[in-house]
Design a protein around this ligand. Sequence first.
Ligand code: CP
Length: 329
Amino acid sequence: MRPGKGQHVASGDGNYRWPHRHLLGLEDLSAQDVRFLLQTAVGLEDVSTRSIKKVPALRGRVVVNLFMEDSTRTRSSFSLAASRLSADVLDLSGSGSSVSKGETLRDTARNIEAMGVDVIVCRHAQSGAAMHLADVVSCSVVNAGDGQHEHPTQALLDLYTIAQHTGRDTFDLGGFTVAIVGDIQHSRVARSNIHGLLKLGAKVILVAPATLLPRGFADLGCELCHDLDSVLPRVDVVYMLRVQFERLTSQAFPSVREYVAAYGLTKRRLARARPETLVMHPGPVNRGIEIDAGVADGRQSMILAQVTNGLAVRMATLFLVCTSSASSP
Ligand code: CP
């Protein structure tokens, strides 16, 4: 059944039921899980194009956004996604809550849950925070970014965008090559994308200075490279990561100027890639550092498409964790 005509969402495999009460990362999902979630998002995409942008799929459910780190895209996207499914939404941040008085994450979450909550969407600076929450509450937990660990819905919306713009309706990315460029070491976006891309069959090349690219990433099945110019001609997607100045604890590169010279995506450098190569970035963008304004706003840029697709992917995520076989009494 199509969204808007009832409580159910049409998706790919008739015999499959989403088995996960939480979404904590992509590492532990199967390829079938990832494809099912993305197919569910396809069924929900058109809700956001209607004059009345709402379906009753989660009417009566309560979603709490618990964001202990700043966010523009993820927080607003989850809020809108929950509203479009007719759930009640509560937004809480660290600075405006009793966390600022010293209350622990555990106590905060358990007190919120005591008000009758179905899903807690959590962003936190600590890797493993979402997993910890899932251990101490009974409701569903969705990881909206935990430290350097994972940012699963970012990767899901990225996979969705790649498939949408390359006609891969079945979310099979076999034969595709994606370069992820920049601060791999500190990036939860990179980790989730690596897991997701490999599960869907893509080849992943990680491109960064050696100081930001631990050799252990090769064990995941990725190619490692330090030379962006040599990689660009053979990629279908170049995914630029933000330089996370707030997470760089030591001097990872000699100077910003030298980083830009070697890894900044300028129009001139992008000309080495094929004209149909997609340019992606999770945001927020450091214009003039990892990517030039002319590329970020250019014809090959998927940056705003990524944000748009975040809504359908987060609607699918909230719908599935709320209605999973694991959430049933
Ligand atoms: N991509 C991303 O997570 O952006 P925000 O930090 O604005 O949520």
